[in-house]
Ligand binder design. Structure first.
Ligand code: CO
Length: 255
């Protein structure tokens, strides 16, 4: 069953989306060589609570932290740890909020100091593929149109799409129907309708698409050890154009 949200519900999802967006910017301001990923987790936790919200991931399916922090070959669901970020790393920060019964969920992959041209290209391609997917997030299109847009864009650049994890609807639950794969075929999948709210979140690998589960039971890593990037935004489905509820502007425009 896919829930169609009322305007009031979309307003609450927008509030969550903005809180997550601001939290990612706060984390981003602190990313530099030498900081541990656990320190970033503490910063986010404090910031979310200062906004009057709760961390959306903490305790979700037993997840033990506020953020998922996935460095280099970790695709998603990395545990914050005593690892100190170092120049040249790329670090995906995935953040959730819960506020007034609704969830926010957004992710951004940050460079740590100066990174290689190849890694820069991976980050740019992954973020651009998210915007390509968002471009298809309009009533009447299908989830396969989103997936195809993401997949064709990144594969043309020589990158690969992780298959096992997908985007999702969001509302009273962090993960609702429909699933939103980052691969697919035009005209296939679930038809999008006005009032659906979905998270699109491409997970793109520099090398092969295959992944494995880390010993800690959560972290997802690339089999070939190459780097992976992840960006996520929340979109309300409308008739004319996608309404993007979360934003990277706080991160990128230093707002
Ligand atoms: Co998500």
């Amino acid at each position: 069953m896919i829930k169609i949200k009322t305007e009031d519900e979309i307003a609450l999802l927008r509030e969550n989306a903005l809180m997550v967006s601001k939290t990612l910017a706060e984390v981003g301001r602190n990313i530099a060589p030498g900081i541990t990923t656990m320190e970033l987790d503490r910063i986010a936790d404090k910031y979310i609570r200062s906004l009057g919200a709760e961390p959306g991931f903490l305790g979700y399916d037993g997840y033990p932290y506020t953020l998922c922090i996935s460095v280099n070959d970790t695709v998603v669901h990395g545990f914050p740890s005593e690892y100190k970020l170092k120049e040249g790393d790329i670090v995906s920060v995935d953040c959730g909020t819960k506020y007034r019964g609704f969830y926010g969920d957004s992710a951004y992959t940050f460079p740590v100091g100066k990174i290689s041209d190849e890694d820069r290209a991976l980050l740019e391609a992954t973020k651009m593929s998210l915007y390509k997917g968002i471009g298809k997030a309009v009533a009447g299109q299908r989830t396969g149109d989103i997936g195809e847009a993401v997949q064709s864009y990144v594969e043309a650049l020589g990158f690969s799409v992780v298959r096992e994890m997908v985007g999702h609807g969001i509302g009273h639950n962090m993960h609702e129907s429909p699933e939103v794969p980052n691969y697919g075929r035009q005209g296939h999948g679930v038809k999008l309708r006005e009032g659906m709210v979905i998270c699109i979140e491409p997970m793109i690998n520099a090398g092969r698409k295959e992944i494995y589960l880390d010993d800690n039971g959560w972290g997802i890593r690339t089999v070939d050890g190459k780097k992976s990037a992840h960006f996520e935004l929340t979109v309300a489905i409308r008739h004319q154009a996608p309404e993007v509820l979360s934003t990277f502007d706080f991160i990128e425009k230093n707002q």
